[in-house]
Ligand binder design. Sequence first.
Ligand SMILES: [Zn+2]
Length: 245
Amino acid sequence: MSLSTNGLIIRVNNVKEYDRFISVLTETNGVIRAYVHGARSVKNKNAAATALLTYSNLTLERKKDTYVLKEAAAEKVFFGLQNDIFKLTLAQHFCELSDVLAPENTDSKEYLRLILNSISYLENDKRPQKLIKAITELRMLSISGYAPNLVACSGCAKFEDDVMYFDTQNGELLCEECKIADRNIIPINKSVLSAMRHIAFSDFSSLYNFTISESSQEMLADVVERFLLSQVEHKFSVLQFYKNL
Ligand SMILES: [Zn+2]
């Protein structure tokens, strides 16, 4: 069975002398794995289009659980990432995120749109890196079944306060009166709370458009990352590398 789709190359493993095994976040079939014969030989016509972080049109042949690549043409290469280790590493973290969180064998346009937009914002410095990171992580968690409950305090339904508490374990909000001291809770200010609500629930068209001070960005990035790590059992190795840069 043959499949033709667009997708972003999110993982590349070298196999044998000249081959590659790639993971692709596709528009139509979630994350798929595909074998690419001869991709590392200089003359191979599929080499560039199957490189990491390339958005390509792919024609694949299904072989049991995996695919074999027949043909690939690059549609978009993010050249602006190449000379900046911070941007490149963060883009690779987004790849790892979608490798872990995006579904298989189902429509995944929402994931692809999110990651392509985030990488483009990153490439062109449209928003600060830590903000793009928080947006991408929290939005991807929200669409993949880890949406936090941010409507109100889960104890007394208080909508907001100067300081509220986010419980990273249970993904819920608590107020000063309802917080339980021994739980894994992080204090957040009003603007972090409203940013989190926006990222989790806004229309995609306005996802990246909100204002937040630099100090609140710091708090936002921290609480979202801790939420991610407490919800998803996975060793995010690229994230560790990014934090050590
Ligand atoms: Zn309360």
